[in-house]
Design a protein around this ligand. Structure first.
Ligand SMILES: Cc1cc2nc3c(=O)[nH]c(=O)nc-3n(C[C@H](O)[C@H](O)[C@H](O)COP(=O)(O)OP(=O)(O)OC[C@H]3O[C@@H](n4cnc5c(N)ncnc54)[C@H](O)[C@@H]3O)c2cc1C
Length: 391
């Protein structure tokens, strides 16, 4: 089905699907076990232009659209969620804030290497007391003699400690004001911190349930000094800019979820036709066939949901509601399909070398990362006019 994609978009989708099947899938179990990012695969993705898809050619990008990025992410996620999230976070969370909010000098400095995939950037918002509630941010940045002096910690930051990570955008409290009701409002600001800046430490990686190949670290900032010009966007607009980053990122994340759900569907269909039990293929049992039919229905809904959100995004229409719907529908489709596929595979479904077993571990993260399911429900309810839905 073309879903209204242009011939170029269909070609890109097919090209990335071939790359995923022939290059990424055969290496997935090895790197999942090693818990290492395969740099040669990331370099190939860079050479294919995948990291530059939504950026203009003047910044080293491909001059395509956000939909093209989502198509690539979906195809990679069919076979390896870690590789897909390295691309999704690298572009959506790493490079996109620089493109959307950066000065011309910041774009010229950072975007060409990020768009070519020779460097990665990360986005550091989450802290121990600031996950779903970003207002809990405690990291501070104080302007002293023309430099931001940053102190604090961040946690669960994707792509922050790879060999090619060059930058992390962080959110920090740069001041406070008192509201009319006497409550304190934090001024949140986004600041660019290049890797290797003295006092900026990337702590050892997490031992995650899934996404073993994807790079995730806690970060520590101790009197880290960066020039005042490293301000990203306007001072005090950090909240607005990361909300924009997250809304947009959720669309690509929803495409990732769709790919994961699709990968489980394809594996389950193949196995249901080839595995004989009681003298016939297990897919002959109506229960198994109906399970697969339901898996197809989930993939279909998830794909339509991200296409809708992505089309609104590129058309410049409001897409906040649709992005949260797509993220929630997609992540639930991926988790449900992974559970059903593992069941269809029986004992083989819970073996790590089986892609279905890996999807089963990886997919739980989809319901948590880039805003939990409950946060999506909060956004959806607010968009429907339930202003108090945060409580
Ligand atoms: C592998 C991985 C990669 C990540 N990468 C990044 C990254 O690159 N950059 C980054 O900044 N962050 C990243 N994150 C962090 C991620 O965005 C957060 O983990 C997520 O937003 C949830 O925050 P939390 O873990 O603090 O959970 P909490 O906010 O503590 O929530 C705990 C539970 O309470 C629920 N909850 C909270 N408030 C409410 C409410 N009002 N109503 C109902 N339920 C509620 C939540 O939904 C959740 O189920 C990553 C996380 C993971 C696991």
């Amino acid at each position: 089905m073309s879903y209204g994609l242009s011939p170029e978009q269909q070609r890109l989708r097919d090209e990335v699907r071939d790359f995923a099947d022939n290059v990424v899938a055969p290496a997935a179990y090895k790197y999942d076990t090693l818990r290492e990012l395969p740099y040669e695969i990331i370099a190939e993705m860079g050479a294919m232009g995948l990291f530059g898809l939504p950026f203009p050619t003047e910044y080293g990008g491909q001059g395509r659209t956000y939909i093209d990025l989502c198509l690539a992410v979906e195809q990679l996620a069919r076979v390896d969620q870690s590789i897909a999230v390295t691309l999704e976070a690298g572009v959506g969370l790493g490079a996109m804030p620089v493109f959307r909010s950066g000065t011309e000098a910041q774009k010229q400095e950072w975007l060409p290497m990020l768009a070519q995939g020779t460097a990665l950037a990360a986005f550091g918002l989450t802290e121990a007391d600031a996950g779903s509630d970003a207002a809990g941010t405690k990291t501070t940045a104080e302007l002293v003699d023309g430099q931001w002096v940053i102190n604090g910690t961040k946690q669960f930051i994707t792509n922050s400690g790879t060999k090619i990570t060059r930058l992390v955008t962080i959110t920090a409290v740069t001041g406070e004001s008192v509201r009319a009701d006497g409550s304190v409002k934090k001024e949140l600001t986004a600041i660019l911190v290049p890797s290797g800046t003295p006092g900026f430490t990337v702590l050892p990686p997490y031992d995650k349930v899934g996404w073993h190949t994807s790079d995730t670290h806690p970060l520590r900032f101790e009197d880290v000094r960066v020039p005042a010009e490293n301000l990203l966007g306007e001072r005090g607009r950090g909240f607005a800019s990361f909300i924009q980053t997250l809304d947009e990122g959720r669309v690509a994340f929803a495409a990732l979820c769709t790919g994961a759900a699709q990968g489980c569907l394809e594996e389950a269909m193949r196995y249901a036709k080839s595995r004989n039990v009681f003298g016939h293929p297990i897919g002959d049992n109506q229960h198994v066939a109906f399970t697969i039919a339901r898996m197809e229905a989930r993939v279909h809904s998830a794909r339509l949901a991200w296409y809708d959100a992505a089309n609104r995004l590129v058309a410049g229409q409001p897409f906040k509601l649709e992005a949260s719907l797509a993220k929630m529908i997609g992540s639930e489709a991926a988790m449900d399909n992974a559970r059903d596929a593992a069941q269809i595979f029986g004992g083989n479904g819970v073996m790590n070398e089986n892609p279905v077993g890996r999807h089963y571990r990886d997919s739980k993260i989809l319901e948590i990362g880039e805003g939990t399911t409950e946060v999506q429900l909060m956004v959806i309810a607010r968009e429907l006019g339930f202003a108090g839905a945060a409580r």
